[in-house]
Design a protein around this ligand. Sequence first.
Ligand SMILES: [Fe+2]
Ligand SMILES: [Fe+2]
Length: 401
Amino acid sequence: MRIGVYGGTFNPIHNTHIEIAKAAKQQFNLDRVIFLIAGTPPHKETAESTADLCRFEMLQLALKEENCFEIDDREIYRSGKSYSYITMKEFREEHSTDDIFFIMGSDSLLNFKNWVNPEIISQCATILVAPRLGDDLIELDNVIKEYNNKYLGEFYVIDYTANGLASSVIRKEFYKNSEVREWLNPNVCDYIINHNLYSKYNYDYNFVLKLSELMKKELKPGRYIHTLGVATTAYTLAIKWNYPAYTAMVAGILHDCAKCISDEKRLSICKKNNIPITEIEYKFPHLLHGKVGAFFCKSKYEVNDKQVQHAIAVHTTGCPGMNLLDKIIFVADYIEPGRDKQPRLDILRSVAYSDLDRCVFMILEDTVEYLNKNPEMVDPTTIDTYNYYLSETKGTINYGN
Ligand SMILES: [Fe+2]
Ligand SMILES: [Fe+2]
């Protein structure tokens, strides 16, 4: 068997990676190509701090339809820095009768001599190099000749000119808020947006603490305790569902920031700032605390992340097609440790960590049942959300599990 091993951080995986793997597979008659997702590589900073499991899930999405392409995740579970020579030695032992080909970009090849034990890698595998647009092919050829002599291995260039696309370019485009859908598998693109990856807004724990001090002054004691419960629950849900955890905490800390002001004030803030008020919100202005809270995010607390603002705006009713953070805050608000009145909290607290959509739907079921007993308080958005998730989850919810 001829096995290709394509090492990289894949942060994120994009179309050029796939095209390189296909070209290598075809030209070198590979039976399988294994995408080896790097943990903390010694020669490359993953300063963008994308969670390892996010990179892994994006790889899964991108390779779902590709036969003969597999993923190896051993490096992300390894403690400390991950060195390719260790993994390649393992591969060599695991596939002692197979031919192994290590696929890398030309940028990696030019830096290859600075890797730890490059000679071990080249003894374990034939190296296949993918050139990039703008590469000096004569220089590349000279380097390959030098390595062929130096490391006693075999190095070949894949006959393929990549379009110069690099993951760093994609990250920068997302940072600037421009989508680069054409360079990505559509599911990977949606994943990046839904998980708020490569956002310019990066919060840390100190910022969470600062907001929590402000909330302590702003909110009544009971509301403040609830807020801390929502923030910590949002944090753990974010870790579970691979969302930036401090961003979720910021949304949790601020979600009820407009709860302890008067109805008159909420109404006047909305009118002054052109925030639309629905009929039911006129009748029960406390329902506006989500929308006003979202407004306070940017005007009082300098939180300009649109996903945080949206999650706060919709946290009481939910909305059809909620994004991941919307769901995290909606669920955290309902199941935080201080809650004790709602039915089936035990099961909801468990389901939240096994099937978030199912948990959202179960909360909506309970909310609609409660509102049926109090019809004058029904916000139509809650019903729209319930109907949306009823049809979304149709056939997938099995209470017999
Ligand atoms: Fe609330
Ligand atoms: Fe709340």
